[in-house]
Design a protein around this ligand. Structure first.
Ligand code: HEM
Ligand code: HEM
Length: 234
């Protein structure tokens, strides 16, 4: 039964660093996608480094961050994801009461992170030799055959990103309209309304300091900037 009338309680679900990561990633990917034409390749490059920084941050936050942001709390493997999806159509509120990502969402998070990481890393080896003569910062360190392969992956992998993001956004909208479950709001504001019967579960989330998250993000940015600067100078 979906308790339309059940009392709902506002709980805190996503910490600030996870939300900042998510929407910054969306903006950075959109910017990189928008600017892949020659004239604005420098913005493309910057957006790509931003994605690299964000993914690096998310890996660290997945280890030391708030309990529901940690990989070990939501990475359950493909079988758990399938079994969750099988139960979903007749799902109860209980099933939606994961304090973080459900097993299917968790799998998608990993797929998305890997795909955008592959896109950003292959970009470091990508070249444009027709109009701009732009080389990614690592092109000069590798044999041209390797750089060509990375360039090729950079052009092909974007299509996988389209598919994965399409599924991801469709799922979020599906929850909203088919299951009357708004997952998007919590990713923006951090808080979510859940039935009173399961609210206690969310009180078990151990939140880490948002400042720690921001500090880690800044350090990741400095590491990426340092490596790129050294690579360009060398
Ligand atoms: C370039 C596009 C996007 C990418 C690469 C992306 C990637 C991700 C990633 C990596 C996460 C996991 C967050 C974390 O644990 O740190 C996530 C979660 C989420 N994203 Fe996106 N996202 C994109 C666009 C969107 C859009 C446009 C929406 C809204 C319609 C959206 C809604 C959500 C929601 C609701 C969650 C949380 C799901 C849950 O509660 O388990 N995403 N996304
Ligand atoms: C996740 C971040 C990134 C995304 C989403 C992205 C996306 C794209 C897309 C969609 C294309 C056009 C592919 C095609 O025409 O089939 C492209 C081309 C390219 N990207 Fe990226 N990219 C990213 C990161 C980077 C980085 C970090 C660099 C270099 C530092 C880079 C360098 C290039 C180059 C040189 C091209 C070829 C441009 C051309 O042929 O006109 N990209 N990228």
């Amino acid at each position: 039964m979906h308790g339309e009338n059940a009392q709902k309680i506002k709980i805190r679900q996503w910490d600030f660093p996870v939300r900042l990561f998510h929407w910054a990633l969306v903006v950075a990917i959109a910017t990189a996608w928008w600017t892949n034409q020659e004239a604005i390749i420098n913005i493309h490059e910057l957006a790509g480094y931003t994605v690299l920084t964000l993914v690096l941050f998310r890996i660290v936050w997945g280890i030391v961050g708030s309990s529901n942001a940690r990989f070990k709390s939501f990475v359950k493997g493909p079988f758990a994801a399938l079994s969750y999806l099988r139960k979903l159509p007749k799902g109860s509120e209980e099933e939606l009461a994961y304090t973080g990502h459900n097993p299917a969402g968790g799998l998608m998070v990993i797929v998305l992170l890997v795909l955008v990481a592959v896109q950003a890393v292959t970009g470091l080896f990508a070249s444009e030799n027709t109009f701009l003569f732009f080389d990614g910062p690592l092109v000069k360190y590798v044999p041209s055959g390797f750089a060509d392969t990375m360039n090729y992956i950079h052009h092909v992998n974007i299509n996988l990103i389209y598919i994965a993001v399409g599924l991801h956004v469709t799922a979020a909208i599906g929850y909203l309209f088919l299951k009357n479950e708004n997952l998007i709001g919590p990713m923006i504001t951090g808080s979510r309304k859940v039935p009173a019967s399961i609210a206690a579960r969310f009180a078990t989330i151990k939140f880490k300091s948002a400042w720690l998250g921001v500090l880690i993000l800044v350090v990741c940015g400095a590491v990426v900037a340092g490596i790129i600067t050294l690579a360009r100078a060398g």
